[in-house]
Every structure is written in C-alpha cells, then in structure tokens.
Design a protein around this ligand. Structure first.
Ligand SMILES: NC(=O)c1ccc[n+]([C@@H]2O[C@H](COP(=O)([O-])OP(=O)(O)OC[C@H]3O[C@@H](n4cnc5c(N)ncnc54)[C@H](O)[C@@H]3O)[C@@H](O)[C@H]2O)c1
Length: 329
C-alpha cells in the first residue's frame, strides 16, 4: 500500500517507515521537523516538510502520491508542558489531527492508524490495563489523545472511516541494525537519560519516588520495543479493509519494570555504574502502569519480539553507543 506516515521523521514513525519497507509497502513521510530528524527518514523515502494542519498541502500530497492509508504519529508529547501550555497541545494534537482527517476525507482516504497512549487511562483502578477500562486522563496530553479517539469513532459512523487507535505504553529500544534510535530534545525518557548518566554526558540520574507500593519502591512501567509497536501497525491493515472498522488496542509487553530495574539493565548493557539521586515523587506519576495486550495478540497475531527490558535496552545501547549525541544538529 501507499502509506503516508505523518510524523515519520520522529522516533516511532521513523522505525515504522523501515518496517513498512520491509513488509513491501511504499511509505511517504510528512513531518514539519519541529522535533523530527531528516536523518531518521529511511534513504530513498520522500520527506515532505509540511504541517499536518495545512489542509491544502496535505490534500495535494494525498492525491499526488495516491495514498491509501495514513499513519499518524505526529504530536507534542511532553506531559508536563501540556499542563503549563495546554493550548499548544489542543491545537497541534487535536485541532491539527482533525484538519488532517478532514483533508483525508476530502481526498477519499479512509484508512487511518493513530498513535494513542496509555495516558488516556489516567490512574487505573486495577492492573493490568485492559482496553475496556474507563479512560480518565489526568493531563491535557492524555485528554487530547482521548478526544481524537472519540472523534474517530464518530467519523467511522458518519463517513465509514476505518481506524485503529493503538494505546502505547512506554516505547523504547532502537532498530536492530543500530541505524536509527531515540533522540528527543528535551529528552525525558528514562532509558536514554540513563545512557547519558552511564556515559558521563549527565553527572547523575534522578529517580522520582522510592516509596511507591512496588517491590523495590520505584515506579513500574511497561516498556515495549519500537519495532514491535511498528509491526502491530502493519498487522492491522487487514482489519481496516472493512469500512467503519473502529479498533482500539493496547500495545505493551504486559511486564511491569521498575525504574531501578531499567537502571540495572542499562548498567549491564553499558558495563558502567550510574550515579543515582533519589528525589521525591512527581505529582501525577501512578505507581504502576502495564498493559493487557491480549486483544492485539488474539486479533492481530501480534507478539512482542523483545519481551524483556534487557533485550530492549541492548538494541537502544547499540544506537546510543554509536550516536552519543543523537542525530546531531
Ligand atoms: N514515545 C512514547 O513512549 C509514546 C508513548 C505513547 C504514545 N506515544 C505517541 O506516539 C507518537 C510518536 O511519538 P514519538 O516518541 O515518536 O514522538 P516524536 O516527537 O519523536 O515524533 C513526533 C513527530 O511528529 C512531528 N510533528 C509534530 N507536530 C507536527 C505537525 N504539526 N506537523 C507535522 N509534523 C509534526 C515531529 O517533528 C516529530 O518528528 C506521538 O503521537 C506520541 O503521543 C509515544
């Protein structure tokens, strides 16, 4: 299929582009490079530096490239910033997505794969999290994603849009060949921060909260490999053939991993010791978040190839060791 990958110069989108090529599809990238990296886009793949909210430009691109399906990874993703500057998030993540969808419908493109998030669940009452649990985001970032999910449901009914919304847990890792990896500015994710602390690019690493009701007192999260996420996006294509399909899937390994376990995995991969500073809890950080992904496993035949933190961190280290400054400027 001809697939428009919106946000395809970003972390997860750029990995998905490579998986699309490996699966025999033809990706085209749209990214305004506000956070993405030109060098992350696979060689030979067209990169259109366009804002997703630019309906005329997006419409032209959809028609010119005969796009059949749109994958939408583009968003602002900083939870803290979404609290202090919510309009930035509502406009880009929500209004921008609605404009993208309007351009798609006008061009007759009715297949859509959306990057949603476990942040739509807020603080879950029980674990693991299943798709049918109530969604009650506790920050504007999560709210914008939930609002888009709801808009997609309405568009499926009104216009026969077929969509899959994947609720990712913590994306991590890098391409197995070490060609691309994670490079966010600013970086807030634990694994790349831990590499920086291990390699001396940062003096130390803060752990926020050591008194949670978890086995070692630190928060537990569900780390899922970026290529495993990407494979689910392609595995869903068959389900989108039915007009009006409205699909929601959690994507995680289902394995809770604590902050201390992540740090141990990074120390093991790098062979270096990390200086840790124990800091107070951050407001709004649930003690544990991990997925029940059995729906994706059952319906899409999806199975994570990287089931544990050591295998995920090993791929991330291969990229990070060769690119300590990320993609550079
Ligand atoms: N990384 C995670 O752990 C995680 C977890 C849950 C959900 N998600 C979601 O997955 C998606 C991808 O995350 P990521 O980590 O790859 O983020 P990223 O910042 O690396 O990639 C996002 C890309 O979108 C582009 N972009 C942003 N606004 C744009 C606009 N208006 N027009 C065109 N391009 C635009 C950026 O330049 C960037 O290349 C996001 O929607 C995020 O909310 C990520």
């Amino acid at each position: 299929m001809n697939v428009l990958v919106v946000g395809g110069a970003g972390y997860i989108g750029s990995h998905c582009v490579r998986q699309l090529i490996a699966a025999g599809h033809r990706p085209v990238v749209l990214d305004n490079l506000v956070y993405g990296h030109r060098a992350a886009v696979a060689p030979g793949v067209a990169l259109h530096q366009v804002n997703l909210a630019d309906e005329p430009a997006v419409g032209k691109l959809l028609r010119d490239e005969a796009i059949e399906l749109v994958m939408h990874f583009a968003a602002y993703c900083y939870v803290g910033e979404s609290v202090t500057d919510p309009l930035k998030y509502y406009f880009n993540n929500e209004v921008g997505t609605l404009q993208l969808l309007r351009a798609m419908l006008a061009a007759g493109v009715k297949k859509f794969v959306f990057s949603s998030t476990c942040a739509t669940y807020g603080t879950p009452a029980t674990l693991p999290i299943v798709e049918t649990m109530p969604q009650a985001p506790i920050n504007p970032y999560g709210q914008t994603k939930l609002d888009v999910e709801n808009a997609l449901k309405a568009l499926a009914v009104a216009h026969g849009l077929s969509f899959a919304a994947f609720r990712y847990f913590n994306a991590a890792g890098a391409a197995e060949d070490g060609s691309i990896g994670e490079d966010h500015t600013p970086e807030t994710h634990l694994i790349p921060l831990a590499f920086d602390a291990a390699t001396g690019r940062r003096a130390q690493l803060e752990i926020f909260g050591t008194d949670y009701p978890t086995p070692d007192g630190t928060c537990q999260r569900d780390y899922v490999h970026v290529d495993d996420l990407s494979r689910a996006h392609i595995a869903v294509f068959g389900q989108l053939a039915k007009p009006g399909a409205a699909l929601f899937y959690n994507l995680g390994t289902g394995r809770p991993t604590s902050n201390r376990e992540v740090i141990r995995a990074v120390e093991k991969a790098t062979g270096r010791k990390i200086k840790i500073v124990e800091a107070p809890r951050r407001p709004g950080d649930p003690a544990a978040l991990y997925a029940d992904s059995s729906k994706a496993q059952r319906e899409l035949g999806w199975k994570p190839k990287f089931p544990d933190i050591d295998s995920i961190v090993a791929t991330a280290w291969k990229w990070h060791a060769a690119h300590p400054g990320g993609y550079g400027k």
